[in-house]
Design a protein around this ligand. Structure first.
Ligand SMILES: Cc1ncc(COP(=O)(O)O)c(C=O)c1O
Length: 391
């Protein structure tokens, strides 16, 4: 069936997270563990760079694919940190956040009805982006028993002759799962075997714990030519409101995305790009990242311990700033559980069902919130669980 973009828009509903926040509006004394953004402010020196750019008159349009100085800094970063060799002139593009890169990237190759494999639980934008680009999202469930890590066995069950691409997200939102290098090698072989394009969303790459590290699938032999690596500044440097992301991909993809951008947003914000380029090459930025990482790890340890103690079995996530406790043993659905916590504990958590069917039976807690607030939220949740005799 051929569909217009306007028809497709009616298939894309406001996310469950948005609905929960509408419900949470006006709840006095609420502690929100729902939001997926760093509570840290952008480091001071990066703000100073943006002011410097404004003073220098960087208030004009820039190139569609982003400022060359930023693409060059990104080429350096991708080589140093990710082992990816990308030409800043033809294989790197700056976007309005990682989110914009998703839709633009998918639109470069998807044809009506082609399928995209998405491991669930999944980030809320993936399926809508696939639908808007004309494709069909196919959820590939991952399991707590396998630490929510995607396996080729899971993928094999869902691949068809219509499958065109695969999205991977490590470290993962909402589970915090981190794929190992071996996982990625196996997934890479699977992509080659089925001739798939791989989207690799690595926005949480720096937030890994217990000695885990992020590996980029595009750095593996033969993978660059079929991989669209998506990343951004939102999480790394706590710059969500700056709306800056980037992509490394083969030239034909970048060329098409650039054409899309030309008639879409024109270009990312010029002075923000200058600040981001400077930030990448400034040691203070990486020191700030390490400080944030340590603080996230400290909070993760607290929340993980408290959740297990209160009777919600919870894996210790190796990355991102989310934790994904199992709530199905309480007899409530994830939505009922979240609503109960909002009403009785005044704590906002996101029902796992917001992240696809594989998320049912779990909730997502974001620990990008001050330590003391997390302690208070855990106290309140525990009290309600005991009072309601749910554990
Ligand atoms: C997995 C994942 N990808 C992409 C994004 C979007 O990031 P950006 O702010 O760069 O658009 C998010 C934000 O929550 C995310 O969790």
């Amino acid at each position: 069936m051929l569909m217009a973009l306007s028809d497709r828009l009616s298939l894309v509903n406001p996310s469950e997270i948005r609905k929960l926040f509408d419900l949470a509006q006006g709840v006095e004394g609420l502690i929100s563990l729902g939001i997926g953004e760093p509570d840290f402010d952008t480091p001071e020196h990066i703000k100073e760079y943006a002011k410097e750019a404004l003073d220098r008159g960087m208030t004009h349009y820039g190139p569609n694919a982003g400022l060359m100085m930023l693409r060059e800094a990104l080429a350096w970063k991708l080589k140093e940190q990710n082992g990816i060799d990308a030409d800043p002139r033809t294989q790197i593009m700056v976007t309005i956040g990682a989110n914009q890169a998703l839709l633009m990237g998918l639109a470069t190759f998807l044809r009506d009805g082609e399928e995209v494999l998405i491991p669930g639980p999944m980030f809320v934008s993936y399926a809508p982006a696939v639908i808007l680009a004309g494709g069909k999202p196919v959820e590939v469930p991952t399991y707590e028993e396998n630490e929510f890590r995607l396996s080729v066995e899971d993928l094999e069950k869902h691949v068809t002759e219509k499958t065109r691409a695969l999205i991977i997200n490590t470290p993962n939102n909402p589970t915090g799962a981190v794929l190992t290098r071996k996982d990625l090698e196996e997934i890479g072989n699977f992509a080659v075997e089925h001739d798939l394009i791989v989207f690799s969303d690595e926005v949480y790459e720096h937030f890994v714990y217990d000695g885990a590290r992020n590996h980029s699938i595009a750095s593996l032999d033969g993978m660059f030519e079929r991989t669209i690596t998506i990343n951004g500044f939102s999480k790394t440097f706590a710059m969500t409101g700056w709306r800056l992301g980037f992509v490394a991909a083969p030239e034909w993809i970048i060329e098409r995305m650039t054409r899309f951008q030309m008639y879409n947003a024109t270009c990312p914000v010029t002075f923000a790009q200058y600040a981001a380029a400077k930030a990448l090459k400034d040691e203070r930025s990486w020191k700030a990242v390490e400080e944030m990482r340590r603080e996230y790890e400290r909070r993760r340890d607290l929340v993980w311990k408290r959740l297990n103690e209160m009777g919600l079995p919870t894996l210790k996530p190796k990355g991102a700033f989310y934790i994904f406790p199992r709530v199905k043993d309480t007899g409530l659905t994830s939505k009922e559980f979240s609503e109960l916590m909002l009403r009785e504990a005044k704590v906002a958590v996101v029902p796992g069902s917001a992240f696809g069917s594989a998320g049912e039976g779990y909730i997502r807690i974001s620990y990008a919130t001050a330590y003391e607030k997390l302690e208070e939220a855990m106290d309140r949740m525990e009290k309600v669980l005991r009072e309601e005799k749910l554990v």
